[in-house]
Design a binder for this molecule. Structure first.
Ligand code: XLS
Ligand code: NI
Ligand code: NI
Length: 439
């Protein structure tokens, strides 16, 4: 314990506490809906933003102050120190999971062989820290977008050698994920998309993308990696059009290529925003298709059109997301991964703690409120009432597939007057939701 010496492990102090280094709503072992809060929420730290985020933006250089980086002699030493920092930070916060890309934990070297050797060295240290602390790997992934070789995509690149390189890199990332006992592996199509159709064979690229994923499924079987595969939808950025646009697009792609039994979705709030959807829409769509896997918990700025990856502080979104997760029966292999970075002016080391506390409290409060909504059956009772005309009579015949157009025409002609429509009660439900939120 040496990088955050001045900060005690973060404790739950309740909503009246004025201590910035305390949880106001997250009380890890408090039982909600029959299980501890920490099991509902399964918080995870994103290694890339937290350990490698520098505060750089298109207009300015790094801003963050990180004493551990300054004291390291070279990039490999830096990577080694960061492992210790990461685990100390998670211990202080009581975060029990983390996620990483291969290139966040270890810097790329001149050859793939050398890169993998350095990667193994860092994985050794991570494995030791996992044993020491009991912290687990939620998912691993490969960075197939940062290096300039991926300028035209990875598995959708027009260059077969790049496809091959992406496969080799993914193979290794799957191996280290297995070695670290990861409960999942994410495919986020970093540059799997296109800038202009003038130079793009869309069908060929999509076929290749599916070929790549089938190879991954085959290799997982071969090495007995039993973790869950996820696809993380995102509509745009870095390419103008990303193939994994949103939940609906990904689900239909997986079905078309016979991959739907092997994948679930990792849904990110900011990506939902960019796709023009709410997060709860994306979660519901995944859930009703039995594909709700994991969540990248962050938020975007509605006034900006890019992936700002802010820590989630929007309570309304937190409630509705947790409601969908409860409704879907909770996480199994997945969790809430803070794919979020501190703002550029939040450059102090302690800001890393403050930001995570804010995100954890937002989802913890969201869980508390969503659990009450769920227990009181506020929305579910309204649904039962709203769709009750399908419980008997002609409605029942429709849902049990007993009638077709001819019988329905006969029914209408005989009936003369249709049952009246009822109001949707949107404002009432929104007002009730406010009552639950404000208390
Ligand atoms: C980028 C993605 C990325 C994935 C992992 O927008 O959110 O961080 O979660 O590759
Ligand atoms: Ni993400
Ligand atoms: Ni993102």
């Amino acid at each position: 314990m040496k990088y955050f010496k001045k900060i005690e492990p973060i404790k739950y102090e309740g909503s009246k506490s004025t201590n910035p280094f305390s949880f106001k709503y997250y009380n890890p072992n408090e039982i909600i809906l029959g299980k501890p809060m920490k099991e509902h929420l399964k918080f995870s730290m994103a290694y890339w933003h937290t350990l490698t985020g520098s505060g750089i933006d298109p207009f300015g250089s790094a801003t963050v102050e990180r004493s551990w980086d300054d004291n390291a002699e070279n990039e490999i030493d830096k990577a080694k120190v960061r492992v210790k920092v990461a685990f100390e930070l998670m211990e202080k916060l009581g975060i029990e999971y983390f996620c990483f890309h291969d290139r966040d934990i270890a810097p790329e070297q001149d050859t793939l062989e050398e890169t993998n050797r350095v990667l193994d060295e860092i994985v050794d240290i991570i494995e030791g820290e996992m044993k020491r602390t009991g912290i687990k790997l939620l998912w691993g992934t490969a960075n197939l977008f940062g290096n300039k070789r991926f300028v035209n995509g990875a598995s959708t690149s027009p260059n077969a050698d790049i496809f091959a390189f992406a496969a080799a890199q993914t193979k290794k990332a799957m191996e280290i994920t297995k070695r670290l006992g990861g409960s999942g592996y994410v495919f986020w199509g970093g540059r799997e998309g296109y800038e202009t159709l003038l130079n793009t064979d869309m069908k060929f690229e999509l076929d290749n993308f599916a070929r790549f994923l089938h190879m991954a499924v085959d290799y997982a079987k071969e090495i007995e990696f039993n973790g869950q595969f996820y696809i993380e939808p995102k509509p745009k950025e870095p390419t103008k059009h990303q193939y994994d646009f949103d939940s609906a697009t990904v689900i239909s792609f997986l079905r078309q290529y016979g991959l739907d039994k092997s994948f679930k979705l990792n849904i990110e709030t900011n990506h939902a925003t960019l796709a023009g959807h709410t997060m709860n829409h994306e979660l519901r769509l995944a859930a009703i298709n039995d594909m709700l896997g994991s969540v990248d918990a962050n938020q975007g700025d509605l006034l900006l059109g890019w992936d700002t990856d802010q820590f989630p502080t929007d309570i309304y979104g937190g409630v509705l997301a947790m409601y969908e997760i409860i409704r879907a029966g909770g996480f199994t292999t997945g969790g809430l991964n803070f794919d979020a970075k501190v703002r550029r002016p939040s450059f102090k080391e302690e800001d890393l703690l403050i930001a995570h506390i804010a995100g954890m409290d937002t989802y913890a409060a969201g869980l508390r409120i969503a659990a009450r909504l769920w227990e009181d059956k506020v929305l579910e009772d309204n649904l039962d009432h709203r769709y009750r005309s399908f419980n008997d009579g002609i409605g029942k015949k429709i849902v049990s597939n007993e009638v077709g157009f001819k019988q329905l025409e006969e029914y209408v002609l005989a009936k003369k007057e249709l049952n009246p429509n009822e109001p949707g009660k949107q404002e009432l439900l929104e007002a009730i939701l406010n009552q639950y939120i404000i208390g």
